[in-house]
Design a binder for this molecule. Structure first.
Ligand SMILES: Cc1ncc(COP(=O)(O)O)c(C=O)c1O
Length: 441
């Protein structure tokens, strides 16, 4: 029977929140009402230090004037223009600026609205690329255990986080998974771990099983973020590149988190000096302010489609909001902010300090591993027996009470502060986290 009641404007019931324990949240809500630079303001007037750049996306910090003004100006000038068979200048300008900072060899940009859509787009381009070149049997896709590639069907199929997959049916057919790279020998490694490059050799097994001529692409996060910050062992990405190349398989780096400075370079591909065939991005592209994503491809991938009569559409794919003018304006202003303030270099310079601060937590109660790279880090906790995720979630709640925002996945605490963080703020973030961990069950 329908309820005979209209929700009050501030009723929390109607909004079904994403990736949230809705019932717990609605019993004791945590609301942000404003943000500036490194801090959020809560509805009860407290300042919370942002240890996660929102959701790994506000790399330049919050409410940066240049980005705000660019959005306001663009909204008043050209609010929307179709991107199918029509153009508007700022989308082209942003694409050129992205290519400017992308690794050499990356030449084209296809716009989406999110990381998930970037992943779907890249997977589709990969399959269509092979078909365009007369290799239409190459349809299989290979992801990796514990990988996170967003929440759409392609992404959860190649992804490897069990709870993101197991409730949603049969997923895409023709998908295999490489093993993840988290191995005990690397516990408490600082930066890139020594052991495990050989895990990439599993790709040869999959190729032998199916035949290279059936495989379109391998997609991996160069550094796996959402699953709890798993780093690629030294030599691992190089091996993946060599094996994919040898077998004519495209390599896609999902740089939705690692893109735009997180590791101290514009992209992880530059940090690791490994060139994939495509990169998926979103988040930091607009500083998280407006939804936008982009797939960046080599000239070779793009050019394979540029055949047939000129009036024909080359790729039957795109979104109503691909290259939306306001998002593109936010993107241009964001990239300018990164450049003017030298934020990628800043992340690189701060990385050793961050590493030291993070690893000072070694020996703290229940801490069983610490991982770091660039301005990203994870502290893994021993789960409470029979109650996985509970200890880390308690840490998250206590941390919020004490004025720091952290993120948890399973029993792992992940942090990825805006690249404008100061050393004093790093000390506060890590110091407060230690206090929280010391008081936990
Ligand atoms: C590597 C990676 N790919 C894809 C996504 C999905 O992005 P979105 O939430 O914008 O769809 C994420 C989000 O965290 C991500 O980390």
């Amino acid at each position: 029977m329908a309820l005979d009641r209209k929700p009050a404007p501030n009723d929390l019931n109607a909004f079904w929140m994403p990736f949230t324990s809705n019932r717990q949240f609605k019993q004791s809500p945590r609301m942000f009402v404003a943000a500036k630079d490194m801090h959020y303001t809560t509805s009860d007037g407290r300042q919370v230090l942002d240890g996660t750049a929102g959701l790994w996306c506000c790399n330049a910090g919050h409410c940066r004037p240049k980005i705000t003004e660019a959005i306001q100006k663009q909204a008043a000038e050209l609010d929307y223009a179709p991107a199918f068979q029509m153009g508007h200048p700022i989308a082209f300008e942003l694409a050129n600026r992205i290519i400017d900072i992308a690794p050499k060899g990356m030449e084209h940009v296809f716009y989406t609205n999110s990381g998930s859509e970037s992943v779907e787009t890249a997977l589709k381009i990969a399959i269509a690329y092979h078909r365009a070149r007369g290799e239409g049997t190459r349809t299989r896709l290979i992801g990796r255990e514990r990988g996170y590639h967003g929440v759409n069907f392609g992404g959860i199929s190649v992804g490897g986080i069990v709870n993101n997959r197991k409730f949603f049916g049969t997923l895409l057919a023709g998908v295999d998974h490489l093993p993840h790279t988290h191995i005990p020998q690397n516990a408490f490694a600082k930066g890139q771990p020594e052991h495990g490059a050989n895990l990439a050799d599993d790709l040869e097994r999959i190729v032998a099983l199916h035949g290279a001529e059936t495989i379109a692409a391998v997609i991996v996060e160069p550094m796996a973020g959402s699953t709890g910050v798993l780093l690629p062992p030294k030599g691992y990405l190089e091996k993946l590149r060599a094996i994919t190349k040898k077998h004519g398989i495209l390599l896609i780096f999902d740089e939705v988190i690692t893109g735009f400075g997180r590791l101290g370079s514009a992209f992880a591909a530059q940090h690791f000096d490994v060139l994939p065939d495509m990169m998926t991005t979103a988040k930091g592209l607009t500083n998280g302010v407006i939804p936008m994503g982009a797939v960046i491809t080599t000239g070779e991938v793009h050019d394979a489609f540029m055949t047939g009569p000129d009036h024909m559409i080359e790729l039957f794919h795109g979104y109503t909001y691909s290259g939306n003018p306001i998002a593109a304006a936010a993107g241009v202003a964001t990239l300018e902010t990164y450049k003017e303030e030298g934020l990628f270099e800043r992340a690189n310079d701060l990385a050793p300090y961050w590493e030291q601060a993070l690893h000072s937590l070694k020996g703290t109660r229940n801490v069983i591993d610490i991982r770091n790279m660039g301005l990203i880090g994870a502290v893994e906790l021993e789960p409470i027996a029979g109650q996985p995720t509970k200890r880390a979630f308690s840490a998250f709640l206590k941390a919020y009470e004490k004025g720091i925002l952290i993120r948890t996945t399973g029993d792992i605490i992940a942090m990825s502060p805006p690249l404008i963080i100061s050393k004093a703020e790093i000390d506060r973030l890590i110091g407060t986290l230690k206090e929280v961990l010391d008081t936990l069950e």
